[in-house]
Design a protein around this ligand. Structure first.
Ligand SMILES: Cc1cc2nc3c(=O)[nH]c(=O)nc-3n(C[C@H](O)[C@H](O)[C@H](O)COP(=O)(O)O)c2cc1C
Length: 303
């Protein structure tokens, strides 16, 4: 397994706030994007994207986003000011088809300017809150704001807006017949550092089998030489460690007599070479989904 060999280590105060902020934006990523609508005390609509955003519990359903204090002049954002007077928001998710308009809506328009109109989005009335929904967004969460926590008073400090979802609208265009969301159809985007985004569809989507109720054997149960292999990756070891139990001796015996195993060992005299060959073969087996066979092979060649 290849692991990093050297690190640059420092504390936040060792670099400028901007440098640390940039590091966070580049490395705490990809971030989901909340396209947040709010209203001011005069009922004027406001819309802005926030990627310091996530969900933090489902019962009750809680979401948090942070309209931060501006780094350049320590001013606060309209969204923050609005939720302090009208504690309601709609969190609209952002798909690939709306990413350019979402970016446009982040422009620093003067107070009272409706970014729905500036970005060319369509307002839809909400059922339980005053801010409008974004019609183009495939999923819209109407929320009441429970609490706003200011995490500092200096520029770039966060303002955590803690919201409870009171109603959700899911476009039927992203639903499967069984009522579940089709991730590929949802086609969400995430925010990276700088001007970069990621698109969660096509080859970017992949599955990792959950460790189920019964915990796996763990990487520490693999032979030491397997753990330290320069051929097997961390992902390979993770899958081997997720196997539910060590193979039984009868299974191992059967596998040892199989033609695949016999072919591997027959013309390999050197034990070290055999181990390397078996690690390559195990990697191929894992890639094909035959992780259990890979484990038996590695146990036999590294005993
Ligand atoms: C994709 C994206 C994500 C953003 N995330 C944040 C964020 O998490 N926090 C923040 O303060 N500003 C964020 N911004 C910048 C705000 O959207 C921008 O400052 C906006 O003008 C705020 O609008 P407001 O003053 O109407 O609230 C983001 C911009 C984009 C394009």
């Amino acid at each position: 397994m290849q692991t990093p060999t050297s690190f640059q280590s420092f504390s936040p105060g060792d670099v400028s706030v901007q440098e640390f902020f940039t590091l966070m934006l580049n490395t705490i990523a990809p971030r989901p994007i909340a396209l947040v609508s709010t209203v001011d005390s005069n009922g004027r609509q406001n819309l802005s994207p926030f990627s310091f955003f996530n969900a933090f519990g489902a019962n009750p359903p809680i979401m948090v986003f942070s309209p931060s204090r501006r780094g350049r002049d320590n001013t606060t954002k309209h969204t923050y000011e609005n939720v302090k007077v009208v504690p309601e928001v709609v969190i609209n998710v952002v798909d690939y088809a709306m990413v350019q308009q979402t970016s446009l809506s982040s422009s620093d328009y003067p107070e009272g300017i409706n970014e729905f109109e500036k970005a060319g989005f369509t307002m839809l009335n909400s059922d339980k809150v005053k801010p409008s929904r974004v019609k183009e967004s495939p999923v819209q969460y109407e929320c009441k704001v429970l609490q706003v926590i200011e995490t500092g008073t200096e520029g770039s400090a966060g303002n955590l807006v803690i919201c409870e979802v009171v109603k959700v609208h899911v476009s039927s265009s992203v639903l499967q017949p069984n009522g579940k969301v089709d991730l590929a159809k949802l086609d969400l985007v995430g925010r990276m550092g700088g001007d970069f985004y990621v698109r969660a569809s096509g080859n970017a989507l992949f599955e990792v089998e959950k460790p189920l109720k019964e915990p796996g054997i763990g990487v520490d149960m693999l032979p030491r030489a397997v753990q330290l292999s320069s051929i097997l990756t961390g992902n390979d070891l993770g899958q081997l460690g997720n196997i539910k139990q060590m193979p039984r001796s009868e299974e191992m015996l059967e596998f040892k007599e199989s033609s695949a195993f016999q072919e591997l060992v027959q013309d390999e005299e050197d034990a070290e070479m055999l181990q390397l060959k078996s690690q390559h073969l195990a990697q191929d087996l894992i890639a094909k989904g035959s992780t259990y066979e890979a484990l038996m092979l590695l146990l036999l060649t590294h005993s």
